[in-house]
Write a protein that binds this ligand. Sequence first.
Ligand code: HEC
Ligand code: HEC
Length: 265
Amino acid sequence: MRRFVLLCCSVALVAPLVRAAGDAEAGKARAQAVCAACHGANGLSVSDSIPNLAGQRAAYLEAQLRAWKDGSRKNAVMNAIAAQLSADEIPNLAAYFAAQTPGTGKSAQFAGLSKPPIVFPEKERGSFVRYLTIDMPANKQVRHYLANPVALAAARAGKPLPDGSFILVEAWSARLDADKKPVLGPDGRFIPDQLAGYTAMAREAGWGDSVPDLLRNENWTYTLFNAAGQPRTGFNQAECLACHKPQDKVSYLFTLDKLQAAAAR
Ligand code: HEC
Ligand code: HEC
């Protein structure tokens, strides 16, 4: 009788600790399929702007993931990722990265994400319509947002943007006065001076297939071009995908309402 009592009570004391510890093996698949795109499969990240997770305390990593999930810690990319994690898998992911060996190297980006299939629309460029202009005082730029006919037609019909859609953003440096302040045109807006480059998002059948589920934006892929329309390297498409993913109800755009309003005119 006495032995039974002891057994019962020690189990009750130990159980919550065991549950909190997480299972590194159970976290491995998702860590390597998704988190690795930025933090590396071994917890050594792909760039200096992304922290290493290898060997950090599991309880700390777990607390950060919960904070991203409930929004009390803010970062657009990690809020979007953690929102998609279940409460059960958070301890497992934390345990997985805590079990990796700290180090100094950098991990490679995902091969499937590092060369987006988007080609600069050299020939079709003339058919794109500008639907929005935004002045960006912080970096003294003005951006022009353009959509191709497929995207415009869907927006006009109030339908989600289908395969074949292409959104191109021109980033122009603003013309500056002698005090290096942007000059305003007659419409009160910045005046484009030099084309700095482009950001783009486009979708075609099959383009999303190599993107891990948690990052996938249906068939959209994202890229950057220099002013000559050549693809730029040195960015991580996983960050584009992660940040645009919460826009899934609005065709993964931040500016769909503006596109719809312009298409209706
Ligand atoms: C698209 C890139 C990207 C992906 C994918 C990603 N992260 Fe992150 N993660 C970041 C960035 C960027 C930060 C730094 C954010 C900040 O400090 O504001 C970060 C920070 C963190 C932190 C906090 C680390 C610290 O030292 O405070 C944890 C924990 C974390 N990520 C876990 C994960 C897990 C687990 C996954 C997979 C489910 C994941 N991340 C996937 C980009 C990513
Ligand atoms: C931190 C979140 C974040 C990241 C990361 C991000 N974007 Fe965006 N993106 C936005 C926001 C917010 C807007 C709308 C306002 C603006 O243009 O800044 C936008 C707008 C766009 C647009 C215009 C269509 C739309 O969604 O309204 C394109 C094209 C685009 N981004 C491409 C990219 C590419 C390419 C990358 C990766 C190199 C990227 N974005 C990374 C937040 C993000």
